[in-house]
Design a protein around this ligand. Structure first.
Ligand code: ADP
Length: 266
């Protein structure tokens, strides 16, 4: 049985098709999020090779910041629930989750069954989010994908003390004009994100295993800075940006199975 999980985020839209709620058979991403043609592009890309058709999908669940805009789904489920479910599928040993997306950051506490016990969130300010890193990448004329490897060349992380994105941007420009190396500035930016987001996890109490999810988890520099900030090793899957969509596809499988059982018992 095929089920579909869709995560419409602030900056990107993700979709995952799963077989029997156990195997990921396809995952696609478009780098546009809510309020755009992202969801339509996503569906087109998902079924372009026609191996699996839309009619093969038993159930679709949508999650993410822009979930209400996707009317074609059978059901909407919150980001927090889908994230918890996706993380538990990828790392059953996860108890603390740090998720950094395009416009928010959150920490989640899970129990051994993957149930969400508590969470803490920053969605008020761009500092400590993907947006902060996207702004800094632009100022430094670098690609967001290269920030992690560039920061590995740092000798000493530059100090970025402003919490506000606008002031931090001025600090970065000031570092550039003083001749501070790009690698050191990027390491300072990563440290600033880690210091801010780690507070969310510390507030909840850090329990092993710790897992990082969301698009920013692909940045090895932020992961390393976060490990230093919380003094704990962090696990990252090969596709952290798809965690919410994976959770949604698993919830969709549960729903489809429940319906089938009900039909059989009639
Ligand atoms: P949302 O669900 O809010 O759209 P995502 O979890 O998709 O957010 O994360 C988006 C953020 O991830 C971007 O703002 C960007 O900073 C970061 N990002 C995306 N791709 C990469 C990459 N390849 N390497 C590092 N960071 C990335």
């Amino acid at each position: 049985m095929y089920t579909l999980g869709i995560d419409i985020g602030s900056t990107s839209s993700k979709a995952v098709i799963m077989r029997d709620g156990k195997t990921i058979v396809r995952k696609v991403l478009v780098t546009v999020g809510t309020g755009t043609s992202g969801p339509a592009q996503l569906i087109e890309k998902l079924f372009e090779d026609q191996e699996i058709q839309l009619s093969d999908i038993q159930k679709t669940i949508v999650t993410g910041y822009g979930r209400t805009s996707f009317k074609e789904a059978d059901k909407q489920i919150s980001e927090l629930s889908c994230h918890a479910r996706g993380v538990h599928f990828l790392f059953p040993s996860a108890r603390t989750v740090i998720d950094i997306g395009g416009q928010d950051a959150k920490a989640l506490k899970l129990n051994s069954r993957g149930m969400l016990l508590n969470f803490s969130m920053n969605d008020k300010c761009a500092a400590g989010t993907g947006r902060f890193l996207d702004v800094m990448a632009r100022v430094l004329e670098t690609n967001i994908e290269d920030m992690g490897s560039l920061s590995e060349q740092a000798q000493a992380a530059a100090t970025i003390s402003s919490v506000c994105t606008v002031f931090a941007e001025s600090e970065v420009i000031s570092h550039l004009s003083k001749g501070t190396g790009t690698a050191n500035i990027i390491a300072g930016i990563h440290r600033s994100v880690a210091q801010r987001v780690s507070m969310l996890a510390v507030k909840l109490g850090i329990e092993n295993d710790v897992v990082m999810t969301g698009g920013v988890a692909q940045n090895s520099g932020v992961v390393k800075a976060m490990e230093e900030a919380i003094k704990t090793r962090i696990k990252v899957s090969d596709y952290p940006q798809y965690t919410g969509a994976i959770g949604a596809a698993i919830y969709a499988f549960d729903e489809a199975e429940k319906e089938m059982t009900k039909r059989c018992s009639l």
